[in-house]
Design a protein around this ligand. Structure first.
Ligand code: NAD
Ligand code: 89V
Length: 339
């Protein structure tokens, strides 16, 4: 059994803690939050008595196999470096870092200490996304040549996550980051991208709409688009939709978790609805199941000494797309080349 601690008992950490109860081979024995009220609420909710206001104190007191950092981005680098010094393996929420410098420093700190560092980049772990990936991998549509990863909504995300309305970067850094990671997961790494952004909601600080065009190293072109300013007949938050054209067929992941495969034999529809875990709540259940899946993956890799799919090193490539997209958007959609 791996023993862990969690830092940051805010809105999303409740999902981490529910999932940790279900993950085989791990348990959370201590929590930390500098906000005493959140520490009390979450401690009582999950029956965790070891509670700390200070992460350094918690790490000094406890011997943990791993630490799950569920705070917002500004605290990630100091906390990751602190945990690395303590010798515990690390999970860090997305967005991993505010800059490539910080992201690289965290990867270097974990590497120097010989520790596993996984970014909690969970969207690729949603069962609908995994189902699409499995059909690409088994050759069902032949070689893919075009793709679209899309998330368009008018859901009020600001109610539960008020910082999204006030941060100086919003939709690419918060949500586009998941979609860019999915694009990498499905279509491979990216050679160049261009982007356009827009703020539609006058009450928020940064962009709430982004459209990105990716040229993948394989030659495939994909479009990654997201909006929190789009009112649709059917609100689909928080579903990511896919369109993938291949040389032998096409895949569409549509609203309502309907995955359709069309080829010369015709069209078949597969229901890829996520399970509603006992603690999950619609419409968040697809995100919640992916939280469980990524945390189980982390523990399995720890047990066998493997590398996680979304390791810190891997996540550098997703972050390069995020910052490349902002650079492109700031320069009228100029093409940005990735290494
Ligand atoms: P939040 O503000 O509700 O919670 C963060 C908590 O961390 C707060 O309680 C704060 O007091 C605590 N904290 C901050 N710095 C600390 C420190 N140094 N020591 C101890 N406690 C500290 O934020 P949230 O909405 O829960 O988001 C947390 C992270 O989760 C964000 O990075 C966000 O992007 C991410 N998130 C991911 C998903 C997803 O599906 N992957 C969904 C929502 C949020
Ligand atoms: O995934 C996230 O980070 C969330 C949400 C899905 C609401 O955009 O902020």
């Amino acid at each position: 059994m791996k023993t862990g601690a969690l830092i940051g008992c805010g809105f999303f950490a409740e999902n981490h803690l529910h999932a940790w109860r279900d993950v085989a081979g791990a348990e959370i024995s201590a929590i930390c939050d500098r906000d005493p009220e959140r520490l009390r609420i979450v401690g009582e909710m999950f029956g965790i008595d070891r509670r700390y206001a200070d992460a350094e104190q918690m790490l000094t007191d406890g011997s943990f196999d791993f630490v799950d950092i569920a705070t917002t981005v500004a605290s990630h680098r100091p906390l990751v470096e602190l945990v690395a010094q303590s010798g515990a393996h690390i999970i860090c929420q997305k967005p991993f870092a505010d800059s490539m410098t910080d992201a690289r420093a965290m990867v270097a700190a974990a590497n120097a200490a010989g520790l596993s560092l996984m970014v909690h980049e969970n969207f690729r772990w949603q069962s609908a996304i995994r189902a699409a990936k499995a059909l690409i991998d088994d050759g069902s549509i032949g070689e893919p040549f075009w793709g679209r990863v899309s998330f368009r909504s008018a859901y009020d995300v600001y109610a539960a996550q008020p910082y999204l309305a006030t941060d100086d970067k919003f939709i690419i850094q918060d949500l586009g980051i998941h979609l860019l990671d999915i694009a990498r997961f499905l279509f491979g790494d990216v050679a160049a991208l261009s982007a356009s952004t827009r703020r539609v909601n006058p009450k928020i600080r940064a962009e709430d709409v982004a459209t990105m065009l990716l040229h993948h190293k394989s030659g495939l072109a994909s479009m990654v688009d997201c909006s929190y300013a789009t009112q649709l007949p059917e609100e689909s938050f928080p579903q990511t939709l896919l369109e993938i054209d291949g040389e032998k067929g096409t895949l569409r992941l549509s609203v309502g978790y309907r995955l359709t495969l069309t080829d010369q034999q015709g069209t078949r529809e597969i229901d890829v609805s996520p399970p509603l875990l006992p603690w999950a709540e619609r419409p968040w259940h697809n995100i919640q199941e992916s939280v469980f899946a990524i945390q189980q993956h982390f523990v399995e890799q720890l047990e066998k000494g493997g590398v996680t799919e979304t390791s810190g090193a891997d996540n550098l490539k997703t972050l390069e797309l995020v910052y490349g997209a902002y650079e492109s958007a700031a320069d009228h959609g100029k093409s940005v080349t990735l290494e």
